[in-house]
Write a protein that binds this ligand. Structure first.
Ligand SMILES: Cc1ncc(COP(=O)(O)OP(=O)(O)O)c(N)n1
Ligand SMILES: Cc1ncsc1CCOP(=O)(O)O
Ligand SMILES: [Mg+2]
Length: 541
């Protein structure tokens, strides 16, 4: 064997399929185009090919791999792998059991295993380092390539659970690639989002079939993939810088408001009916332009309008396809999306709708009430019982931790609303790393900020008050200019909304006038732009 296992570069792993070759290309021409432009590992996966032809093709591909100094893996066929002296084999859950494979191929061959469940990670860690060298984590997204797959696409969140399981089972030797439906429009997001919660590992690479094998320009397609893998930042919010380093102060808040006043962002609301009118008025009060559109065909134009921003509130009745189109369009345009997972834990339907959207895109801010953020984090009150005698302290710790988890898991700025609001920036400035995740930054190392302004119970007596904080965040984030800080904008929005709410509660005569006064006070505080007079306070926990 030419390669030691440690040397293997898993970053761009090409898996073949002669069934999808475009006219004028061959298996070897596509593989060579890949090898010339950055493929680092090749697997021959020919499900329909007879043994004799499989061996002939494998020998040809082996010559190419030797020429480009790249290891060759054979899918399913241990006999062929041994016969042609390949560098490794890949088997799935329905193929030959791993201990038998290892017995047959000996200690030096690379063994890859398809993994989609935590129990499979526990199994490989029990076997120990001598058995599985890498795992293909999938299926990540829907794919036409593996048609008879029984697996439901797991999305980045499923891959994160596998990475966490590798860490908690100390399977440090095991390398990882993601597989299934990977293309240039989702690769950076997958690499960016898929990190273990302890910050110690991310994917070692991506594995794909159709993006290269079915490409009419396999060389060009591979170059695009290579450039994405070699980039160090996922700029999902093109002109916005992420910087939660410096403290947010009156000056920075005032700067945010000045930018919003001059840029007058367009805030596309996809939101529930109850919120539509209120959200539009809140947006107008903040010098921004609301558009309440659920028309799929116009999203592509709307997101290109300067300073366009999307508020996606999943209490909406728009069809999931429309929501996906909107997420995709704003992500492609690198414009911010504020996501409000309404009623996340209330029903299975809502949970799966929200999960599906969260696995489909990248969100600048995820804002929810405490039960939504707790639901998204996977924590519940029982996790923290007994930590503190004082229930309110327990709640603060629990909600702060849930906010951290959501920020880290979705690489977003998480906002958890309640009597106290919690804010946490888990974006890491869009940094992405192969293999070693967030430079060691873990969930627990994230800073949480608390915004308080006493209790404002009347907030709960009007409808869509939480949804309209979403409108406020979207306006302030969307109005930033190229030098603006998203974190500053989110904090400013939460402080502004809580301050306006307090003022309104002090002067209203009931819930009806509170509603009106909330808009009045948002309008006045925004236009006066004197954050030093705002009553809500920000505290670092
Ligand atoms: C890198 C990588 N990951 C997963 C698979 C899938 O293997 P398997 O589940 O055995 O399915 P088939 O590929 O045999 O259809 C893979 N081949 N490579
Ligand atoms: C072999 C395999 N295993 C899980 S998904 C998949 C196919 C991936 O193909 P594509 O990259 O074209 O989606
Ligand atoms: Mg298989």
């Amino acid at each position: 064997m030419v390669f030691t296992k440690k040397e293997v570069d898993y970053s761009l792993y090409l898996v073949t399929d002669s069934g999808m070759l475009p006219e004028g290309t061959t298996l070897c021409s596509q593989v060579e185009a890949g090898l010339q432009n950055g493929v680092t590992l090749v697997q021959i996966r020919e499900k329909e090919t007879d043994t004799k032809l499989f061996i002939e093709e494998a020998l040809e591909v082996r010559k190419l791999c030797t020429k480009y100094n790249v290891p060759l893996i054979i899918n399913d066929r241990i006999d062929v792998a041994m016969a042609i002296k390949a560098d490794g084999v890949h088997v799935g859950q329905d193929d030959m059991p791993i201990p038998m494979v290892r017995d047959l191929v000996g200690p030096d061959m690379i063994i890859g295993w398809s993994v989609g469940k935590i129990s499979e990670v526990e199994q490989l860690s029990q076997w120990g380092p001598k058995y599985v060298d890498y795992i293909g984590i999938g299926t990540l997204f829907p794919t036409q390539t593996k048609k008879n797959s029984k697996k439901v696409p797991m999305g980045p969140q499923g891959a994160i659970e596998i990475l966490n399981a590798l860490e908690s089972n100390n399977a440090t030797w095991c390398r990882t690639v993601g597989i299934g439906g990977l293309h240039p429009d989702n690769i950076q997001r997958v690499l960016y989002q898929c990190t273990s919660s302890n910050g110690k590992r991310s994917l070692d690479g991506i594995s794909l079939v159709s993006d290269i094998m079915a490409s009419k320009d396999a060389a060009g397609s591979t170059k695009i993939l290579r450039a994405l893998l070699d980039s160090t930042t996922y700029e999902f919010d093109k002109s916005l810088k992420f910087d939660s380093e410096g403290p947010v102060n009156h000056q920075s808040i005032s700067n945010v408001i000045k930018q919003v006043s001059s840029n007058r962002p367009l805030v596309q609301h996809i939101t529930n009916k109850v919120h539509q009118n209120f959200g539009a008025n809140v947006t107008l009060a903040l010098g921004s332009s609301p558009i309440m559109s659920e028309i799929e065909s116009e999203v592509g134009e709307l997101c290109k309008i300067p300073n366009a921003t999307l508020l996606l509130n999943t209490g909406s009745v728009a069809p999931i396809e429309m929501l996906r189109t909107a997420v995709h369009a704003y992500n492609e345009e690198r414009r911010p999306i504020v996501f409000d997972p309404v009623g996340y834990s209330a029903t299975t339907t809502r949970r799966s709708l929200n999960d599906s959207l969260l696995s489909y895109g990248q969100f600048t801010c995820v804002k929810g009430n405490s039960s939504e953020i707790l639901g998204l984090s996977g924590l519940n009150r029982d996790n923290m019982k007994g930590v503190d005698a004082d229930t309110s302290l327990t709640d603060i710790k629990l909600l702060a931790q849930a906010t951290r988890i959501v920020a880290f898991k979705y690489k977003t700025i998480a906002v958890c609303t309640g009597q106290t609001d919690f804010i946490c920036d888990g974006t890491f400035g869009g940094e992405l790393h192969l293999s070693t995740a967030t430079n060691g930054s873990s969930v627990d190392s994230l800073t949480v900020f608390a915004v308080s302004n006493g209790d404002i119970p009347i907030m709960g007596d009007i409808t869509a008050s939480g949804c309209s904080l979403g409108s406020t965040i979207a306006s302030l984030v969307g109005g930033l200019g190229p030098s603006g800080s998203v974190f500053d904008a989110v904090v400013s929005a939460v402080l502004l909304y809580k301050s306006a709410g307090k003022l309104a509660s002090e002067t209203c005569e009931g819930s009806g006038s509170f509603h009106v006064k909330l808009i009045d006070n948002l309008y006045n505080l925004f236009n006066e732009n004197e954050p030093s007079k705002w009553s809500a306070t920000l505290q670092q926990l």
